[in-house]
Design a protein around this ligand. Structure first.
Ligand code: NAD
Ligand code: TYD
Length: 370
């Protein structure tokens, strides 16, 4: 029997994927409310949600997922039937430098949400039907060799970073709450997302921003590590499908059909930004240090730096189950998706410039590999 989500509680909705999901969901559905619940850490940004305040179906509430009592009260007050859980510490490099926040938010926080959901949906039977959807990552499966088959839902967990270990722990807790208490859960394990509102500490937005600012483009190690890039719009559609068509207790892998080495991504972005700047000479005033405006090409900024410790070599996702059961298929292709992403960063300069004054600059100087 399919589930009809009505009132959504979206944790981490002020972050990259959560923001895209909230916009996607509100535009594709006509009824029901969406409450964004977010602690607004360095990665959460109210600018991501701007414009939505005019939508009567949307509400923002600030709070920490570890605050079980608060979450429980809010779920009850708004008769929430669907919890979509994005909130997390999400950056692998930060997890290497300081794992504690990852254990707190990703493990303890997910457990606090599960407890609140169980108390209302199982113990109190507050709503006739419910769904707890957990957004996870392909990184829980570890690293593939060049000839290995892509990860399936049956691949054994082998997380290698504190980040992926904390996500693996949260996946296991979600499973346990389904098996033990009958909580109606679904999990999606997706590959690396890219697209609008991506915080410029991650490879793709960092590369675009650094080209514009004329800063080095750090490529970890040989740059031949492979990721299966997934446009965030495809990921949001996959989550929507999992909510509507997913079966309780099931896990679905979500991939983008776009296995590519990091160095190729960086080179493609160099070409794209050079091309765009050539067509828009007026941007020289804003970005005088960008190579294009100095008779050079952006690729000259590529700088190989010390490799990330425990760096996973290759991720690849087999999404046959989602294709069959959810009718999911990624619609975006990487080439046009990257071009659209470059355009988004060029059309939303104030959005990312506002972030540079924050923790970002600090982070760049502290990063272990620079
Ligand atoms: P993000 O870092 O951009 O956003 C995380 C959001 O969670 C922020 O708005 C932050 O303020 C909020 N948050 C953090 N701690 C919180 C807490 N204790 N209480 C409430 N809110 C808190 O992350 P993202 O890239 O949007 O990722 C979203 C989810 O998708 C994460 O669970 C991540 O593990 C998963 N995921 C991401 C990717 C990717 O490529 N970005 C890939 C696979 C899975
Ligand atoms: P990232 O965007 O941090 O995502 P994840 O670690 O979750 O895959 O990194 C994507 C890939 O790019 C990963 O192999 C690490 C690499 N990388 C660099 O080479 N340089 C960088 O500055 C960053 C941030 C990442």
């Amino acid at each position: 029997m399919s589930f009809e989500p009505r009132n959504l509680f979206v944790t981490g909705g002020a972050g990259f994927i959560g923001t895209n999901f909230v916009r996607h969901w509100l535009s594709k559905t006509k009824e029901g409310r969406v409450i964004v619940f977010d602690a607004l850490t360095y990665a959460g940004n109210m600018d991501n949600l701007s414009g939505l305040e005019r939508n009567p179906r949307y509400e923002f509430l600030r709070g920490d997922i570890c605050d079980e009592a608060k979450v429980r009260k809010l779920l009850e007050q708004s008769r929430i039937d669907t919890l979509v859980h994005f909130a997390a510490e999400s950056h692998v490099d930060r997890s290497i430098l300081g794992p504690d926040d990852f254990i707190r938010t990703n493990v303890v926080g997910t457990h606090a949400l599960l407890k609140a959901a169980k108390a209302l949906w199982i113990d109190k039977k507050m709503v006739p039907a419910h769904r707890f959807h957990h957004v996870s990552t392909d990184e829980v499966y570890g690293s593939l060799g060049p000839a290995d088959p892509a990860f399936t839902e049956a691949t054994a967990y082998a997380p290698n970073s504190p980040y992926s270990a904390s996500k693996a722990a949260s996946d296991h807790l979600v499973r346990a709450y389904h098996e033990t208490y009958g909580l109606s859960t679904t999990v999606t394990n997706c590959s690396n997302n890219y697209g609008p509102y991506h915080f410029p500490e991650k490879l793709i937005p960092l590369t675009i921003v650094n080209i514009l600012l004329g800063k080095p483009l750090p490529v970890y190690g040989d740059g031949l590590q492979i990721r299966d890039w997934l446009h965030v719009a495809d990921h949001c559609e996959a989550i929507s499908l999992a909510l509507k068509r997913g079966k309780a207790g099931e896990v679905y892998n979500v991939g983008g059909n776009s296995e590519t080495a990091n160095i190729e991504i960086v080179r493609a972005l160099c070409e794209l930004v050079d091309l765009r700047l050539a067509a828009r000479p007026e941007l020289e005033k804003q970005f005088p240090l960008s190579p294009r405006f100095n008779g050079k090409s952006a690729a000259e900024l590529i700088t190989h730096v010390r490799d990330r410790p425990g760096h996973d070599r290759r991720y690849a996702v087999n999404y046959d189950k989602a294709a069959h059961d959810l009718k999911y298929t990624p619609a975006k292709n990487l080439k046009s998706g990257l071009a659209a992403t470059v355009d988004w960063y060029l059309h939303n300069i104030p959005w990312w410039q506002a972030l540079l004054g924050r923790d970002y600059a600090d982070w760049l100087t502290k990063n272990y590999s620079r």
